[in-house]
Write a protein that binds this ligand. Structure first.
Ligand SMILES: Cc1cc2nc3c(=O)[nH]c(=O)nc-3n(C[C@H](O)[C@H](O)[C@H](O)COP(=O)(O)OP(=O)(O)OC[C@H]3O[C@@H](n4cnc5c(N)ncnc54)[C@H](O)[C@@H]3O)c2cc1C
Length: 466
């Protein structure tokens, strides 16, 4: 352990208590690898503060001893942002699990950064409200990590991403200063919005300790439909039409036929609709009608018109009972685990202009298969947001596949990160997506809020850029 680190660790024990500073390898190892298993680092220590005052003191100590910190929540991030790849100290925020009573008048709640999405959803439901963001890692992903990555998920088409739910935050900046704005004022135009600046900052500017979050009305009776379609072009077009014809759309998720069949095989169940489709579309809505199934069936039929999609609509699997809906959702939510079951996955999360989405999916799948015939490619995502996850497993070892995919994204005017962030995985690519002026401005913000560069210094910015 370097001498600055040793002094930091010794002082940190006085701040959080020796039980919350882990240094033995068998204790620290689980904090040095993430859900993907693609990112595995090493750390001299894991420090687990219990409140904001402790976090602030730890940041001041880190500045004094020039120790780099990696803020960490549930380790479900998919771009290596919470892993100590360069031997940084891990600052785990998972003890910050306080949930204050729901403010039923405002429809808001203040929670600790370490609260999991699942616990937040349960607290909101108990008070008659719901939370607007949902994603499959709900049992582990934390509010702090979701703010730091500006997580998106399944209901962005209805409620927006994480930043749309954040009304205010409490955070410790890289300077050690505590900023706190938790009054829950929806309208609050008093200068720069620091809470929004922290959304998507990936732990590089400040450590989120608490957040004031907007809640939404719970959905009405839900209906889920899974349709097999002749092409990804049809899935994109159909999803667009449903946004205007189906009342209460909450989710529009597309998967290629190959991804669906591999996932069905992984789950060991048969597809509930036509098994040979080229693309599948999962639709969730709460159409607020006496007979939601009828409304959805009617909307699907109207959206399909009298053309080539008629069969697909007739064959659609439609469910309203919770258990049956969950079975249909499994085919979408199990896609990441089906890929992970085949090995370590290259995960790329990108957005395309809607007009480019289907062409990208078709071309990228062919390009990968041509170059790495042994690889399995899973393509699935939030088609309502133009967002597709490209998962490649069992083929290339290095970063060639990332280059192939991201090159196509940039060429088509897309974004190299839709909702997972840049992390360490994509920082080499940042200058292809962001202009020099944008990166210079981002660096200026980093310099102002983290002058010693102690917060997640190895994510987001490539070392050679600017
Ligand atoms: C099965 C599965 C499905 C997923 N589905 C989606 C999806 O649909 N949409 C989506 O957007 N993401 C998805 N993800 C990715 C992941 O769940 C999100 O990125 C989530 O926001 C990460 O939260 P976390 O607590 O695990 O953060 P971590 O992985 O621990 O950290 C992520 C980043 O946030 C920083 N960070 C963590 N806590 C703090 C804090 N308190 N203050 C400051 N910085 C912090 C870390 O340094 C790191 O840069 C999925 C992941 C899995 C495994």
């Amino acid at each position: 352990m370097r001498s600055g680190t040793a002094e930091f660790v010794e002082s940190a024990e006085k701040v959080v208590g020796p039980n919350h500073v882990l240094t033995a390898t068998e204790q620290t190892e689980p904090y040095a690898v993430d859900w993907t298993r693609r990112w595995e680092g090493h750390t001299p220590a894991v420090v687990r503060p219990g409140d904001v005052a402790e976090v602030a003191e730890l940041v001041r100590l880190a500045r004094r001893h020039q120790v780099a910190l990696v803020p960490q929540g549930g380790k479900t991030g998919l771009v290596g942002g919470s892993v100590p790849l360069a031997g940084e100290v891990v600052l785990s925020l998972t003890r910050l699990t306080g949930i204050e009573p729901v403010d039923r008048l405002a429809g808001q709640v203040t929670v600790g950064a370490g609260v999991t999405l699942g616990a937040l959803q349960a607290a909101a439901a108990e008070a008659g409200w719901a939370f607007g963001v949902d994603l499959a890692a709900r049992d582990s992903a934390t509010v702090g990590g979701m703010i730091a990555t500006n997580a998106g998920g399944l209901h962005v088409v209805r409620h927006g991403a994480m930043r749309a739910q954040v009304v205010g935050v409490e955070a410790v900046l890289g300077t050690g200063a505590v900023v706190r704005r938790l009054r829950g004022l929806v309208k609050d135009n008093t200068g720069y919005d620091l809470a929004q600046l922290l959304c998507g900052s990936e732990g590089t500017l400040g450590i989120v300790t608490r957040a004031r979050l907007r809640l939404v009305a719970p959905p009405g009776p839900l209906v889920v439909a899974l349709l097999g379609l002749p092409s990804m072009t049809a899935a994109v077009a159909f999803a667009a039409t449903l946004r205007t014809t189906l009342p209460g759309v909450r989710a529009l998720e597309a998967m290629t036929g190959d991804s669906m069949r591999r996932t069905a095989a992984h789950l060991g169940v048969a597809l509930p609709t036509t098994p040979t489709a080229s693309a599948y579309l999962l639709v969730e809505a709460d159409p607020a009608s006496d007979d939601p199934t009828l409304t959805v069936a009617d909307s699907l039929t109207r959206a399909a018109g009298e053309g080539a999609l008629g069969d697909a609509v007739e064959n659609a699997a439609v469910a309203t009972a919770a258990g049956e809906r969950a079975k249909l959702w499994r085919f979408r939510e199990a896609q990441p685990e089906a890929a992970a079951a085949l090995g370590v996955v290259h995960k790329m999360d990108v957005t395309l202009p809607t007009s480019e989405l289907a062409g990208f999916c078709d071309d990228v799948a062919v390009a990968i298969a041509d170059r790495w015939p042994e690889a399995a490619t899973f393509l699935y995502g939030h088609v309502g947001d133009g967002n597709v996850h490209v998962n490649v497993v069992g083929g290339p070892e290095g970063e060639d596949v990332d280059d192939l995919v991201l090159e196509q994204v940039v060429d088509r005017g897309g974004s190299i990160s839709a909702e997972h962030g840049i992390g360490t995985a994509k920082k080499r690519w940042l200058p292809r997506d962001r202009s020099p002026a944008e990166i210079e401005s981002m660096r200026a913000v980093k310099q102002a809020l983290d002058p010693d560069g102690i917060l997640n210094p190895n994510v987001l910015f490539p070392p050679f850029c600017l």
